[in-house]
Design a protein around this ligand. Structure first.
Ligand SMILES: [Zn+2]
Length: 152
């Protein structure tokens, strides 16, 4: 299975599903299946890596620790490319390519407390806030309306 950098970063960030209360990293069946589906090998510190990466795209609370991993630059006839040894390296290499392509700030976390889904903002001016206007956006609008109505 070939995965784009955006898909890999989002899939990794969304291994935790706040809405469903599930966490692929904590599931001894789902996590190896996830790795196999992405053709990646396990790594130590993968939970810390996810916390740091989610924090880096705006999830709260911000992670206090920095994250670093070993990635090699390899040069072939096609040009230079990043070679990662494990899942953390692969995800960070993908994230780094998104930075280089100017797409990093399009990776966002839905601010709804019971959602926190990571998504790619495809809007022209990078203005999207919610994972889905239909679900979280509307729910937030309804909540704000109820609060205004109560205050009046
Ligand atoms: Zn949402």
């Amino acid at each position: 299975m070939t995965t784009t950098d955006v898909d890999l970063v989002l899939d990794f960030l969304n291994t935790v599903d706040v809405g469903k209360g599930t966490d692929v990293l904590a599931d001894e069946v789902a996590w190896p299946a996830w790795l196999a589906a992405h053709d990646l090998t396990a790594a130590t510190g993968v939970l810390a890596a996810r916390v740091a990466l989610r924090s880096a795209v705006g999830d709260s609370p911000p992670a206090p620790s920095d994250l670093s991993t070993q990635v090699t630059v390899s040069l072939s006839a096609d040009g230079p490319h990043l070679v990662a040894g494990d899942v953390v390296g692969a995800v960070l290499a993908a994230a780094t390519r998104l930075v280089v392509r100017g797409e990093w700030d399009r990776i966002k976390i839905c601010p709804a407390a019971d959602c926190r889904w990571a998504f790619y903002d495809r809007s022209r001016n990078h203005s999207r806030t919610w994972c889905s206007m239909r679900v979280c956006g509307n729910r937030e609008k309804a909540r704000a309306w109820r609060e205004r109505a109560r205050a009046e």
